[in-house]
Write a protein that binds this ligand. Structure first.
Ligand SMILES: C[S@@+](CC[C@H](N)C(=O)[O-])C[C@H]1O[C@@H](n2cnc3c(N)ncnc32)[C@H](O)[C@@H]1O
Length: 365
């Protein structure tokens, strides 16, 4: 994939702008949440339509971009894993420091896999074997390169069928008005846009993604569509560090999981942020169950997709990666086992288009 210096500069400044927006928003919101907690012991009912104003969120349940974490991502993760502390424990008691550091979104989008943490361990990037520490940057290149053409390519490549797969996923969500929904690796926001309507003015949707270019396209699209109950948060699916434990009724991840370096860690993070009784839906390419279809599908994926990518997005390599990453993703039963290992119960899956795609569903007890 050819990346010019200009593109790199644009991407870096976009990334910085989004991170700065997130930090500013966190600071502002934290002050508002503190103020509202101090000034009212009884909750006031939100009566007007301005619910995008964070001061009107129900006190005590800040969500998404409103969330301010008392520790940096690494500290928080270690603490959650070791079960030593609760997120709301007093920072000064724990550290002896009087200043409470704000959560910095950059902590979460930094690569958790480095030569120090993972040594020479390898993983797949499509069919290629790469060091774990290298995968996140390679995936970032793919989505930064395709972001602006992502939606049109999705329609072209799937003949529009991805819309039906997503609609089916929404039908399995059981989402209700007033709920809190997190769309992980949500990219340009197809699911978040639909959930924004479903949860209504008393609900909240967070569209999160690790990639600033994809999230920026999603943010512009949803704001233009008038979705004013949606927050936009840069977050790595492997850690979901900006989000409090047990803070969402519903989690979705659509065509995102296969790009994540450590899928088991991502499933554990999802389990952490889901409320008891909450549900996870994973929409992802899977293993076709009908052999003749499988052959035709292979031919299509490895010839037509890179060609379309070349013509429409001037990028055949990213679409070659797409085809390869689909083949390397765990099959239906393996993914179901992985969900159970992460703690989810009553897991099942539904094959769509003869297993080209599957929706996995699991619950937190
Ligand atoms: C194929 S797109 C799917 C976008 C959207 N969910 C949809 O269904 O159209 C995959 C998305 O996963 C995101 N992604 C890749 N690795 C990620 C990670 N570790 N954490 C969060 N998002 C990630 C990419 O940036 C990209 O936006």
């Amino acid at each position: 994939m050819s990346q010019s210096n200009n593109q790199n500069n644009d991407t870096a400044s976009l990334q910085d702008k989004l991170v700065k927006d997130s930090i500013d928003h966190n600071h502002q919101t934290n002050a508002q949440v503190q103020q509202s907690l101090q000034s009212s012991t009884t909750q006031q009912t939100v009566l007007n339509d301005q619910f995008s104003d964070v001061s009107e969120l129900p006190a005590g349940t800040p969500q998404g971009q409103q969330t301010t974490r008392p520790f940096n991502a690494q500290t928080q993760n270690n603490q959650t894993q070791n079960n030593q502390t609760q997120p709301n424990q007093n920072f000064a008691d724990l550290t002896g420091q009087s200043e409470v550091p704000r959560f910095n979104p950059k902590d979460d989008i930094n690569n958790p896999h480095t030569p120090d943490t993972d040594g020479l361990e390898e993983t797949h990037f499509g069919y290629k074997k790469v060091k774990k520490a290298e995968k996140q940057a390679k995936v970032a290149d793919v989505f930064t390169s395709v972001a602006k053409k992502y939606d049109i390519m999705n329609d072209l490549m799937s003949f529009g069928i991805h819309r039906l797969w997503k609609r089916y996923t929404i039908s399995l969500s059981g989402v209700r008005a007033g709920q809190h929904v997190l769309d992980i690796a949500g990219g340009t926001g197809d699911l978040a846009k639909a959930f924004s309507r479903e949860v209504g003015r008393n609900g909240r949707v967070v569209l999160s993604d690790i990639n600033a270019a994809m999230l920026d396209v999603g943010r512009e699209r949803l704001i233009n569509a008038g979705c004013n109950n949606v927050d936009f948060v840069l977050a790595n699916a492997e850690t979901l560090a900006p989000f409090e434990d047990e803070s969402f009724d519903l989690l979705t991840i659509s065509f995102g999981l296969r790009n994540v370096t450590d899928k088991d860690a991502a499933l554990r993070a999802m389990y952490r942020v889901l409320k008891p009784g909450g549900r996870l839906l994973i929409l992802e390419f899977s293993k076709p169950i009908f052999e003749p279809l499988s052959k035709a599908y292979d031919l299509y994926s490895f010839t037509a997709l890179p060609l379309m990518g070349k013509i429409v997005a001037n990028d055949s390599e990213s679409y070659q990666y797409l085809a390869e990453s689909i083949r390397m993703h765990p099959d239906q039963q393996t993914l179901k086992n992985m969900m159970e290992n992460a703690g989810f119960v009553n897991c099942d899956y539904h094959n769509l288009t003869a297993g080209i795609v599957a929706v996995h569903r699991g619950f937190k007890k």
